[in-house]
Design a protein around this ligand. Sequence first.
Ligand SMILES: Cc1cc2nc3c(=O)[nH]c(=O)nc-3n(C[C@H](O)[C@H](O)[C@H](O)COP(=O)(O)O)c2cc1C
Length: 180
Amino acid sequence: MKTLIVYYSNKGSNRYLAYKIAGALVCEMEEIKPRLNVFTLFLINIHLGIKSLKHNIEDFDTIILCGPIWMGRFIPPLRSFVNKYHESIRKLIFVTCCGSPYSKKDEKLGHGLVFKEVEKIMNDKCLFCQAFPVGLVLPDDQMEDPEAFMKTHLNNDNFKGEIQERLDGFIQKVKESAGP
Ligand SMILES: Cc1cc2nc3c(=O)[nH]c(=O)nc-3n(C[C@H](O)[C@H](O)[C@H](O)COP(=O)(O)O)c2cc1C
């Protein structure tokens, strides 16, 4: 299975996660570059789409799309990517290093609602979605504390324990989704 990881990151956690996945799967990766990369404008839904990717999406069996969630939304750079390449994408896996913990995934700002949106847009092209809440790298009593997880970013020092186990499970699932 030929896989490409396409990612967008503002503060670095999703970039870090994308590199981890690319390292484990030994596959190529590319950053999504918005034409206008202004975070505050993204938050009010002002954006001008993305630059064309260097990779040819049609050359890949599976695209792993990786990026954050803001304000409970499928953010403009990621949305622009799926809109621009919808026809060329064969299979898509969406993965996010987000703030919302698993226990709050179905709340207003939870990743579960964004997953439903991605599944709706991609339909049967969406293999599955997976969240890596950044709180996984915090002590148990801070895991669901927004003040703590909003200040936390993935790095070589904190990427261990449960988040590493989740990544191992994710990699296994990606490999299995390739079929026999
Ligand atoms: C303005 C803002 C809004 C956010 N809103 C949400 C949200 O609604 N749901 C969520 O799960 N995480 C939310 N987060 C947390 C980010 O998804 C999380 O910090 C992510 O790891 C950032 O990724 P990055 O470091 O790759 O930019 C928000 C973060 C910011 C800065």
